[in-house]
Design a protein around this ligand. Sequence first.
Ligand code: PMP
Length: 343
Amino acid sequence: MKEIKAYSNVLELIGNTPLLQLNRITSQMKGNFYAKVEGFNPGHSAKDRIALHIIEKAEKEGILKPGDTIIETTSGNTGFSIAMVSVLKGYECILAVSSKSSKDKIDMLRAMGATVHVCPAHVPADDPRSYYEVAKRLHSEIANSVYINQYFNKLNIEAHYETTGPEIWEQTNGQITHLVACSGTGGTISGTARYLKEQNPNVKVIGIDAYGSVLQKYHQTREFDKNEIYPYRIEGLGKNLIPDATDFDTIDAFIKVTDEDSAHTARELARTEGIFAGYTSGAALQGIKQLDEEGVFDANSIVVVILPDHGSRYMSKVYSDEWMAQQGFLDEKTEVPQNLQYI
Ligand code: PMP
């Protein structure tokens, strides 16, 4: 048989995502802008990188053997990525999720073979029914189980230090001047920044944070201010605690973006560049718009923005006019798109 040009399984498709030049959405700005489009990962987000890295590290250390169980608390991208890697590597995957999670999300995880424990959303984190406590209990009860715990797992940073950082350095031929990335667990920005700054300490790193999150204030003062915390809509961005997976020293500044601006910018990205990306991708580009207004970039700037996931996960949110209207995001100044006709 002649050579068949095929990948041997989906795990080989993780990482090495494309760097795509932005042409239109940034046309009025000073500088050169490139998007690292993480939606091209097989699990449609940057979280594939950490799932694979953390699981393979546990295997190398002899902590995980086929048939063992992997536990995590997330209904989002990380859960899906862990479930996908578990399928390929023969692990049981148990995900403890909040009852706030949509049925679509829960069904996606189940489609990937995960067992999902739905836990009441409105109980304190230390209640035995909370998803944190359920995950901890399952971990202690199930022999040979690994709890990924992405917010407190330093391997989350390492995954991006070993993959995302070197990829961007190589793709820009070492010319990157600014990295702009969302911060949730902080793994993406910290790992990527650490690598890039080791190559060139002058690379500026700007984190995107949400209004309602403590990260920006903590970065400025190194003090946890609970008054910064209030509800907001963007999922995966910002936090109400200080994650161990964030290395604040690698980040030069944080900028905050609103739910409304981020939603509109995500929609604009699809309509201008043809990139169908998630809510936090809109947030990251919104951050770029604000940084441009502040005069942070000049004509020589080579700016890389990380777009964390694919738009398909937001059909009932950012890409739904009904949802946008319910949030009060569609009004006179932000016209409702008129591109739907029933015959
Ligand atoms: N965007 C989305 C959609 C996410 O799920 C996450 C992860 N919480 C992030 C951005 C932030 O990435 P990180 O956790 O690596 O900071």
